[in-house]
Design a protein around this ligand. Structure first.
Ligand code: ADE
Length: 215
């Protein structure tokens, strides 16, 4: 799955990506993430990408021309991908949405900055608006990465796919979460013992116990 990310900070996530599992998934060719520098498309002589809002008010608004031209270039490379605009006023991202988007041939993710983008870009280019939570971040780059991460785990051959079919139905019922208590070695730590049932090897009983303990 190819993700085209439109941003004015195309290198913001470089170090995160190099050190995360997403890098491995890129090397396995399960995903490809391409960053597009919106500023590079600006026709302004100073490469400006924002301006004051018509009608007045605080803050700056991202101008439509650089985004529009950047979008055209991304669309040429990822023709069937829907365009998603990351915004705190969008639809709240969840597991169900991740599952739906994981079936798309690709995604174009538009990251806003400042007070937002010119409304005409929304009308002309955007298919969906997504928020990752009810708080305002300084830009859409982290939300874009959250969405890429959550979707990548669901792609065939990726990390999340290593779960057994059985565990999958578990995950399904949990809306993507797995919140039973986990234990690993040693058997006793700071006076706290691993629950004996987990040492029995009786998987039916263990699963029943885990279900009971779900948070
Ligand atoms: N941009 C700024 N805040 C955001 C949020 N909560 N979700 C998505 N995009 C955003």
């Amino acid at each position: 799955m190819v993700f085209d990310v439109l941003t004015i900070f195309p290198h913001l996530l470089d170090s995160y990506l190099e050190d995360s599992i997403l890098w491995r998934e890129q090397k396995k060719k399960i995903i490809k993430i391409r960053f597009h520098d919106i500023r590079a498309y600006s026709k302004d002589k100073h490469k400006k990408v924002d301006d004051t809002p018509y009608g007045g008010g605080a803050g700056m608004v991202m101008t439509p021309q650089p985004i529009f031209d950047c979008m055209k270039a991304a669309k040429r490379k990822n023709r069937r991908a829907p365009v998603i605009y990351l915004t705190p006023t969008g639809k709240l991202f969840d597991y169900k949405m991740a599952k739906r988007l994981a079936k798309k041939p690709g995604l174009i993710l538009l990251c806003g900055r400042y007070e937002g983008i010119d409304e005409r870009i929304r009308k002309l280019c955007v298919d969906e608006e997504i928020s990752i939570g009810n708080y305002v971040l300084t830009g859409g780059e982290l939300p874009a990465m959250v969405i890429i991460d959550a979707i990548t785990r669901l792609l065939p051959g990726a990390l999340g796919d290593e779960r057994s079919a059985h565990e999958d139905s578990f995950t399904e019922a949990l809306n993507g979460k797995k919140e039973y208590p986990h234990y690993t070695k040693p058997r006793e730590f700071q006076g706290l013992k691993v629950p004996p049932i987990l040492l029995t090897g009786d998987h039916a009983k263990i699963n029943a116990w885990r279900k009971k303990k779900l948070k």
